[in-house]
Design a protein around this ligand. Sequence first.
Ligand code: 5AD
Ligand code: SF4
Length: 473
Amino acid sequence: MLDYVSEKVQDESRQGEAFAPFANDPQVYKKKFYIESYGCQMNFADSEIVAAILNETGFGATRNAEEADLVLLNTCSIREKAEQTVRNRLTTFKQIKDARPGMLIGVLGCMAERLKSKFLEEEKLVDMVVGPDAYRTLPGLIEEAETGQKAVNVLLSREETYADISPVRLDSNGVTAFVSIMRGCNNMCAFCVVPFTRGRERSRDAESIVRECTDLFNNGYKEVTLLGQNVDSYYFVDEANDETITFAKLLEKVALISPLLRVRFSTSHPKDITDDVLYTMAKYENICKYIHLPVQSGSTRILQLMNRTYTREWYMAKVDRIREIMPDCGISSDIIAGFCTETEEDHADTLGMMDYAKYDMSYMFFYSERPGTLAARRYKDDVPEAVKKRRLQEIVEKQNKLSQESYRKDVGNTYKVLIEGNSKKSDKDWMGRNSQNKVVVFPKGDHQLNKGDYVMVTVHSSTQATLLGTITN
Ligand code: 5AD
Ligand code: SF4
């Protein structure tokens, strides 16, 4: 049950969602594709690049796998459970294919490299396996697969950023969008498979990022989230203008597009987030006051084994610095319970760190060994599963209390909220977020508002993950 709690928190509500961007014009699109995405926001952003490439190739999207000519799963390898989910889905799709032999099934994303031979040869579950840097080759791979050959491209690249491809916004609310600013990761955290599945870190051309964000704004979007595994190490040299662009500079460039365009970003590595970034955030009202700052563990000894390159004290000082520069900044975290050799004392340090940082929200996991990682090669996965789960439960309970407290403290405050759409429960209520990324729900009343509008809302009560309020003039 516990791992379910943890996955559920991480997964929010989008995991495995099927996407269809717009009505399909059969004159334009002769064939149909169906795509499901798993894992992090990067993967969801990648699916939008894949959709753009497929549209160019004559495939329109469908929400119904049973009518698709091409079924794609964009996969995640970060934890064992994510992989298991994908396997189950593939078995289901194989059954559909048995009834419709012309249909092609493809595995995209992080599982592609690791499991290509298994999927293609041993289990004969799929026709195509395409890694995260090989999406441009999809048209050729589809052609190959259509002739009955197994089509594979899992080559990782040092350059590919898909900078010139305009993503097709899938299942979008028309208000908020993700914009990928870099790919890969060079950090080598001991538990993490990402450097192996997504390759070396590379930053996307700044101009193409600003252009994409400007286009989004011109098309009615009001919020962009700049995405990367480690956004603070963004670094691009614009040779034409003889300019070096750091993440702080990039943030500023995007913020300057319009004061009406909100800017968010994810994920920050505590070792890399600079004062420059914090001051840039403070300077621009439209850069949201919210930082996802994964701590992973509160114990210096475990942090060292994890190769996180900071200590408990160093992280605490970073939290202090954020609060000093932006007293109203929201902070959230990722936390792993039961990493190799973790003792009760280490675990107590993690709980203590949570109290110190007073996270508004956290994604919480128990450690699962991933093949090929530093930890898998160097350390024994020696914390018994029952202990991992108990510690995770304690972490989840602690976070629940912290969240409740954090949301309760907002009661009485007035926030600028960007309306994203109807609340899940009632179309008489709007749902939006404040700058700190907290969900705010409030009655529409007889105000003439639309999604994408900003509105001032005074909070009158709260739950663990929602602020409830009323519109204030
Ligand atoms: N086991 C458990 N959690 C992990 N994460 C990454 N790798 C693992 C693993 N092997 C978590 C980290 C990371 C988040 C995206 O997933 O907390 O920040
Ligand atoms: Fe994995 Fe660490 Fe890179 Fe994040 S920063 S993707 S946890 S290696």
